[in-house]
Write a protein of this length. Structure first.
Length: 151
C-alpha cells in the first residue's frame, strides 16, 4: 500500500483539496485499494475546523464529498507512517522538516516538483482563487500518479 500525506499550513484549503482529488483520481483508475491518503496541517490555527467553503465548492462541483474532514496537525509519527509527505509550498516544506526532524529517507516533496516545477501551489487563503489552486493541484497530482505508476 502506498501511503500519502498532503500538507499545507492549516489543512482547510490546499491539502484537503489534494487529499480528496487524489482519492477520486485513484478511485476512477481502480487503484483505491493500493493507496492510503490523508492530509494535515503544519500549524494549530485551524485544527478541528471543517474544510474551507471554497475547497468544498470546487470538490462539490466535481461530485466529491469531504464533509467529514476536519483539520489535523501533522506530527513526527507521520514521517514513519507515510511513504510520501507532500507539501503545497516551500514554507510548508520547511515546517515539515522541522516537525519531522529532517528528511533522512527523502519522503518530503513539494507537490509541483512532480510536474517539474519548483513553485508553490497557489494559496487561495490569500488569493481567493480556488480555481487556480485546483489547476495547480491537479497538475501536481497527475504528475505524481505518473511517477508512482512507473514504480
Amino acid at each position: 500500500m502506498i501511503k500519502v500525506l498532503f500538507i499545507c499550513h492549516g489543512n482547510i484549503c490546499r491539502s484537503p483539496m489534494a487529499e480528496f482529488l487524489m482519492k477520486d483520481m485513484v478511485g476512477k483508475r481502480g487503484l483505491s485499494d493500493r493507496f492510503y491518503i490523508e492530509s494535515a496541517a503544519t500549524s494549530t490555527e485551524e485544527i478541528g475546523n471543517p474544510v474551507h467553503h471554497g475547497t468544498v465548492g470546487i470538490l462539490s462541483r466535481l461530485g466529491i464529498s469531504c464533509s467529514k474532514k476536519r483539520a489535523r496537525l501533522m506530527s513526527r509519527v507521520d514521517y514513519d507512517r507515510f511513504d510520501f509527505l507532500i507539501g503545497m509550498d516551500h514554507y510548508n516544506i520547511r515546517n515539515m522538516n522541522r516537525i519531522c526532524g529532517g528528511d533522512p529517507e527523502g519522503k518530503i516533496s513539494l507537490l509541483l516538483s512532480f510536474a517539474g516545477e519548483e513553485r508553490d501551489v497557489a494559496d487561495p487563503w490569500y488569493t481567493g482563487d480556488f480555481n487556480k489552486t485546483y489547476d495547480d493541484i491537479k497538475r501536481g497530482l497527475e504528475a505524481f500518479l505518473e511517477k508512482i505508476a512507473d514504480n
